[in-house]
Design a protein around this ligand. Structure first.
Ligand code: NA7
Length: 531
C-alpha cells in the first residue's frame, strides 16, 4: 500500500496549488521542496531588480475569489519580494505548510509495476511510496553555470542570478562582471551599474527588450479588474498567452510604413510584452518580423550615445520575439554611464576565469565579483536531474535522449501515474505561467478524481497518442520563426542538448480545449487500468 496518494515535487506556484486541490479532494499528499522556503522561482531568483514581466493583476492565482479580492499589488509589475510574500501568504492562508518538507531534494522516483506505486527518495534519506508522482519542478529552475576553465581559482565572489544570496549583495566600490544579457541580466544591470565602481557586461548575444513602464498600480484599473475579476480571468484563459493583449489580425505588410511606425510607437510607449502582438504575422513571416526588429534597433540607437556600443547591443541574427523578449527599466541607457563597459564575447570569447578576474581572447579584466546571468537548463533540466524510472526500469533520460517526448506536456508513455505540471509540449513558458499552472493542476486533480470514481489505479499515455502530440507540437512550432533562434526554447543554450522546440505554441485557449476534450472522451490517448 502506498504511504500517500501523491508525492508532489516542488513548492512553487504549481506545487502549492496541486497540494491545495488534492486536499480538497480528500487525497493525501506530501510535498518535497529543495529550497528552505516555498515559492520556487521566486524563492531562488533574488537578484537586484528581479520582477515579473507579466502584470501583477494577471500574475496571481484565480482559484479563490476571496484571495484575489483581498490581495493588493502595489505596482503594475510585481517585484520578487512582493511575489514571494504573496506566495507565503497563500501557503499560510490555506494551511499548506504542514504537508511540505523543505530543504529536501528529490533524488529518485521509481515505478513499481507490480504494486503500481512510485517510490520517491530524497537527499535527506526519505523513502515514500505514492500512487502518483506529480512533478511541479518548474521550467526554469536548474541554474546553468558555464564550465569555464579556472572558475575555482577566482579570488573574488561569484553569483548566479537564480541562486542569489538571501542577505543581498552590496557591490559598492567593486569592479563587477556580469556574464549574459538575458532577462535576468537586463533587469539587474541598471541596478548593479548604479552601485558598482565599474561594471563590465560580457555579451554573447544581444537581446531585444521593450520598456516595462512600471509604475504604482493604478487604483482605478485595480478597481475595474476586481469588479469583474471572473470575466478578466476567463478572457486570460481563452487567450493565446494567458493574459489579454491587444492583438491585431492584420499583417505588418498590409499597412503603410507610417501606419506601422505609429502602431509600434503606441505599443512601445505602453510598454510590456504586448509588442510582438502588434501584427498577426510577426512571428511567422520574416519580412513582417524585420519591420518590428528594425523599429527596436532604431530605439536602441536612439537610447545609446556611442554608435559602436549601440550597434553591438542591437540584435541582428535572429527574428525579434524568437528568443524570450525582455522587459526592462533603463537597460539600454545604462550603457551611457561612464562606469559601464560592454564587452563583445561573441568576437572575443571568454577563455578563462583567473584569480584576478577573467580573460577573453583579447584582454584581461580585473574583477571583484562575477555575476553569472547565464540562465537555466530550461524545461527539462529539473526533470532529468531526478533519476526517474518508469516501466521496465527505463529512465526518463533514456526516453528523452533525442529531446522531450510527452503527451500534452502532462504525461509520458512508459511512466504511468507520473504527471508534469507545465511540462515540455505544453504552452508553459510561452504563457502566463500561473494560468498554465492552474489549468494543468485542475486537469490532473479532475483526472485523479475521475479515476477514483471509476476504480482506476493507473493512467498511462499511449505511445501512439504521444507520438502524434510530439509531431503536432513540432509541426506548429516549425510553422513559426522560433526555430531560427538559438534560444533556450530550443535547448540551444546547453551544450549537447537536443535541438527541439519544446513548448506548445498553439495558444493556451486552444490547448485547454484539447485537454478538456481528452478528458471528456474518457481520457483519450491514455490507458486506464483498475486494481
Ligand atoms: P537566459 O535568457 O537564458 O539568458 C542567459 C544569458 O547568458 C544569455 O545572454 C546567454 O547568451 C548567456 N550565456 C549563457 N551561457 C553562456 C556562456 N557559456 N558564455 C557566455 N554567455 C552565456 O536566462 P535569464 O536568467 O536571463 O532568463 C531566463 C528566463 O527567466 C527569461 O527568459 C524569463 O522567462 C524569465 P546566449 O543568448 O545563449 O548567446
Amino acid at each position: 500500500m502506498p504511504d500517500v496518494h501523491a508525492v508532489i515535487v516542488g513548492a512553487g506556484f504549481a506545487g502549492l496549488y496541486m497540494l491545495h486541490r488534492l486536499r480538497r479532494l480528500g487525497l493525501s499528499a506530501r510535498v518535497f521542496e529543495a529550497g528552505n522556503g516555498v515559492g520556487g522561482t521566486w524563492y531562488w531568483n533574488r537578484y537586484p531588480g528581479a520582477r515579473c514581466d507579466v502584470e501583477s493583476m494577471d500574475y496571481s492565482y484565480s482559484f479563490s475569489d476571496e484571495l484575489q479580492q483581498e490581495w493588493k499589488w502595489s505596482e503594475r509589475y510585481a517585484s520578487q519580494p512582493e511575489i514571494l510574500s504573496y506566495i507565503n501568504h497563500v501557503a499560510d492562508r490555506f494551511d499548506l505548510h504542514r504537508d511540505i518538507q523543505l530543504s529536501t531534494r528529490v533524488t529518485s522516483a521509481t515505478f513499481d509495476e507490480a504494486g503500481r506505486t512510485w517510490t520517491i527518495t530524497t537527499d535527506r534519506g526519505d523513502r515514500v511510496a505514492a500512487r502518483f508522482c506529480i512533478m511541479a519542478t518548474g521550467c526554469l529552475s536548474t541554474a546553468q553555470v558555464p564550465k569555464l576553465p579556472g572558475r575555482e581559482t577566482f579570488g573574488g565572489t561569484t553569483y548566479h542570478t537564480g541562486r542569489w544570496p538571501h542577505r543581498g549583495v552590496d557591490f559598492t566600490g567593486q569592479r563587477v562582471g556580469v556574464i549574459g544579457t538575458g532577462s535576468s541580466a537586463i533587469q539587474s544591470i541598471p541596478i548593479i551599474a548604479a552601485q558598482a565602481a565599474h561594471l563590465f557586461v560580457f555579451q554573447r548575444t544581444p537581446n531585444f527588450s521593450v520598456p516595462a513602464r512600471n509604475a504604482p498600480l493604478d487604483p482605478e484599473f485595480e478597481r475595474q479588474v476586481k469588479a469583474a475579476y471572473a470575466d478578466f480571468r476567463r478572457q486570460a484563459r481563452e487567450s493565446r498567452v494567458g493574459f489579454v493583449v491587444e492583438r491585431s489580425e492584420a499583417s505588418a505588410l498590409a499597412v503603410t510604413p507610417d501606419e506601422r511606425r505609429r502602431e509600434y510607437e503606441k505599443r512601445w510607449s505602453r510598454g510590456g510584452l504586448g509588442f510582438t502582438a502588434t501584427y498577426v504575422d510577426l512571428l511567422t513571416n520574416q519580412e513582417a518580423n524585420d519591420t518590428a526588429a528594425e523599429f527596436c534597433r532604431e530605439k536602441i540607437r536612439a537610447a545609446v550615445r556611442d554608435p559602436t556600443v549601440a550597434a553591438l547591443l542591437a540584435p541582428k541574427d535572429y527574428p525579434v520575439g524568437t528568443k524570450r523578449m525582455c522587459v526592462d527599466t533603463g537597460y539600454y541607457e545604462t550603457f551611457n554611464r561612464d562606469n559601464v563597459t560592454l564587452v563583445d564575447i561573441r568576437r572575443s570569447p571568454i577563455e578563462a576565469i583567473t584569480p584576478a578576474g577573467l580573460r577573453t581572447r583579447e584582454a584581461a579584466y580585473a574583477l571583484d565579483s562575477i555575476v553569472f546571468a547565464t540562465g537555466f537548463d530550461a524545461m527539462t533540466g529539473a526533470l532529468l536531474g531526478i533519476d526517474i524510472r518508469g516501466r521496465g526500469g527505463r529512465t526518463l533520460n533514456d526516453a528523452w535522449s533525442e529531446g522531450p517526448q510527452t503527451y500534452l506536456g502532462l504525461a509520458v508513455a512508459g511512466f504511468p501515474n507520473l504527471f508534469a505540471v507545465t511540462g515540455p509540449g505544453s504552452p508553459s513558458v510561452l504563457s502566463n505561467m500561473i494560468v498554465s499552472i492552474e489549468q494543468h493542476v485542475d486537469w490532473i486533480a479532475d483526472c485523479l478524481e475521475a479515476m477514483r470514481a471509476r476504480g482506476h489505479e493507473t493512467i498511462e499515455a499511449t505511445a501512439a497518442a504521444q507520438d502524434a502530440w510530439v509531431a503536432h507540437v513540432n509541426e506548429i512550432g516549425h510553422a513559426t520563426l522560433y526555430p531560427r533562434a538559438n534560444s533556450w526554447y530550443m535547448g540551444a543554450n546547453i551544450p549537447g542538448k537536443p535541438r527541439v522546440f519544446m513548448p506548445y505554441i498553439g495558444g493556451v485557449g486552444a490547448y485547454r480545449q484539447i485537454c478538456d476534450r481528452v478528458a471528456a472522451k474518457g481520457y483519450d490517448g491514455f490507458t486506464l487500468a483498475g486494481a
